[in-house]
Design a protein around this ligand. Structure first.
Ligand SMILES: CCCCCCCCCCCCCCCC(=O)SCCNC(=O)CCNC(=O)[C@H](O)C(C)(C)COP(=O)(O)OP(=O)(O)OC[C@H]1O[C@@H](n2cnc3c(N)ncnc32)[C@H](O)[C@@H]1OP(=O)(O)O
Length: 211
């Protein structure tokens, strides 16, 4: 924990200032989607691609140290711009990235069209992935409200299969606060129909903010 980030790590929180990192993350995102879903390339061709990819990776890995991206704490409203995190992070190929806005009324609203990489049963979105999304939107809302908290208990109710390749509309709000315990709620809606609802019991840090 602690906030002993290096200058580089602080500078990396500004995605607009690092178009190369944003571009390479987007290119790798497209690559992952292609690798997982291709029907065009043969197994031999993909084996050759693997060799070329390893060379590229060797070219951008300078050492064994991973950069750490700070998670800021608000108060904040507006569009959330993430850097390295797996949900909003514009530098992270795993991130959607999810576009979330913190509204002036203290709620969060977001939209994301899930990648086929997160396919679950029935050609729908994997339930673990939708749980990940609602947890992240609630956790981010709390951070934007100035509360540095960890998820203590996450409860997810799956109302219907969440379809792939359709925009998922996420919303989150705070239900109640009881000392360090903050209860937040979230919902995923597709084409106006709720498919997932969730409640998160978050425990606020007893001491200084956790980055
Ligand atoms: C500027 C803004 C832009 C933001 C731009 C950021 C972009 C990017 C944002 C990404 C946002 C990602 C959001 C992901 C959110 C995670 O993924 S968080 C990771 C998953 N969670 C964890 O790993 C938590 C692991 N657990 C722990 O660390 C500790 O158990 C906890 C939860 C901190 C609690 O420990 P503790 O502080 O010692 O708590 P303790 O004093 O024992 O208990 C305090 C109270 O809480 C209750 N409690 C404790 N644990 C629990 C529990 N698990 N469940 C229910 N109640 C509990 C106790 O019963 C107690 O209640 P009371 O007796 O007071 O009534």
């Amino acid at each position: 924990m602690g906030q002993d980030w290096t200058q580089l790590e602080r500078a990396l929180f500004d995605p607009a200032g690092h178009p190369g990192r944003v571009a390479v993350a987007e290119a790798v995102r497209e690559l992952m989607r292609a690798v997982a879903t291709t029907t065009a390339a043969t197994d031999d061709e993909l084996g050759e691609v693997a060799g070329r990819l390893r060379q590229i990776t060797a070219g951008i890995v300078a050492g064994d140290r991973c950069v750490r991206y700070p998670l800021p704490t608000g108060p904040f409203s507006g569009r959330v711009l993430g850097s390295g995190d797996p949900v909003f992070g514009m530098f992270n190929p795993v991130a959607g990235p999810l576009v979330v806005t913190i509204e002036p009324d203290g709620t969060a609203a977001g939209v994301l069209t899930p990648s086929p990489l997160f396919e679950g049963p029935g050609g729908a979105v994997h339930g673990g992935y939708t749980a990940f999304l609602v947890d992240a939107v609630m956790g981010t809302l709390l951070r934007a409200l100035g509360i540095s908290a960890l998820t203590g208990t996450l409860s997810v109710r799956y109302l219907a299969l969440t379809p792939l390749a359709r925009p998922l509309h996420l919303s989150a709000w705070v239900e109640s606060t009881d000392g360090r315990k903050v209860t937040a709620a979230a919902r995923i809606t597709v084409d106006g129909r709720p498919t997932v609802t969730a409640t998160g019991l978050f425990i606020a840090a007893a001491g200084p903010a956790q980055g």
